[in-house]
Design a protein around this ligand. Structure first.
Ligand code: CP3
Length: 317
């Protein structure tokens, strides 16, 4: 989770000269950043360097990142006219630079290190598009959802189509697994998840499944509706630390599982971090189909050596 990023000195060095959007738009640089953590951490897979919000540029919403404040959307979606105005576009034409970065990274990565492509899930993307940036309460998003459900479904349906096609295009470019990030879906009640979100995540994952590569369905705070979350699709269900790994696995049945170290455990004294890693491994019982990962993104305050130690511990070193 966020294996490339500000906690890495090499990444920070590149960021002194290039904005985050510059890095994403430049396939050579994006491929370089994709490879950085693989060499330094010894992880088993690489994740393409991009951002879930990049499709907003093609949707003409206006996207920027401001230091300290995160993403900013210049023309947030406020009503039905805004949704109807969203252009349809060809993902290879508008987001071709992501596919090019994937092609380059795939060429440069060791053959035994798979490359993961990704996109944002309809709900999480809609939350940024409606709020205009990050939010803690998702007030505008929920107001939009309840006040104008038809327009809400139209918006999420359009986003599902964009990300489904985008994911499939990434696989064609060389991504060997695809991850759909529904980072903020845990703010919803189980009923609302089923009514307002699940059909659209299902559509995005169904479109992506045309690519015939494993699909990872990521969410946080999903413990109260995990069965419905898993039923939306994905070969691998990613869970956060708010639920024990074995309890989550029992509820998703035959599917594979990803998770679920608390990212802040990497800030704890080494013995405590080690204890938490061992606890997750014990709960996985060496059953096939567990991808060890953090439950959410690495915190910028994290020491790279602490991450490397966790990778080595998981590898049994
Ligand atoms: O190794 C990797 O995982 C890097 C590729 C990656 C980025 N964003 C680059 C990035 C991935 C997989 C993402 C996904 C992403 N982006 C998500 C879903 C995953 C999650 O963490 O929940 C979300 C919600 C976003 C939206 C986003 N992008 C936010 C909220 C921010 C600001 C975060 C902050 O702390 O400032 C970004 C910017 C961003 N995207 C960074 C990185 C490495 C921050 C670093 C920088 O400013 O250079």
């Amino acid at each position: 989770m966020r294996q490339a990023g500000r906690y890495m000195p090499q990444y920070r060095k590149l960021r002194q000269r290039h904005s985050i959007l510059d890095l994403c738009h430049n396939p050579e640089l994006a491929a370089e950043v994709t490879l950085q953590p693989v060499a330094r951490l010894g992880v088993d897979a690489a994740i393409a360097f991009a951002d879930i919000l990049l499709p907003f540029e093609a949707l003409r919403l206006g996207l920027s990142f401001t230091a300290g404040e995160g993403p900013h959307i210049d023309r947030p979606i406020r009503d039905a006219a805004d949704v109807e105005r969203l252009p349809t576009f060809n993902v290879d034409a508008e987001l071709g630079y992501v596919m090019e970065a994937i092609r380059l990274a795939r060429r440069e990565l060791p053959a035994d290190v798979p490359l993961i492509g990704f996109a944002g899930a309809p709900f999480t993307l809609a939350s940024y598009a409606i709020e205009g940036g990050a939010s803690r309460t998702f007030t505008k998003t929920k107001q939009f959802m309840y006040q104008t459900p038809d327009t809400w479904h139209l918006l999420l349906n359009k986003l599902a189509e964009v990300v489904g096609k985008f994911l499939a295009a990434q696989a064609r470019a060389g991504a060997q697994a695809l991850q759909l990030f529904d980072s903020w879906v845990g703010c919803l009640s189980p009923d609302d998840y089923r009514t307002y979100v699940q059909p659209h995540s299902r559509k995005a994952l169904a479109l992506a499944s045309a690519a015939k590569v494993p699909l990872i369905h990521f969410g946080t705070g999903t413990a109260t509706f995990l069965e419905d979350f898993a039923a939306a699709g994905g070969d691998v269900i990613s869970v956060d630390w708010r639920i024990p790994l074995d309890a989550a696995w029992a509820r998703i049945g035959e599917l594979a599982i990803q998770g679920n170290l608390e990212p802040a455990a990497l800030l704890a004294p080494a013995p405590e971090c080690t204890r938490q890693v061992r606890d997750i491994l014990a709960r996985a019982e060496r059953r096939p189909g567990h991808i060890f990962n953090l439950g959410h993104g690495i915190l910028p305050e994290t020491d790279v050596a602490a991450v490397r130690a966790v990778v080595d511990l998981v590898h049994g070193g």
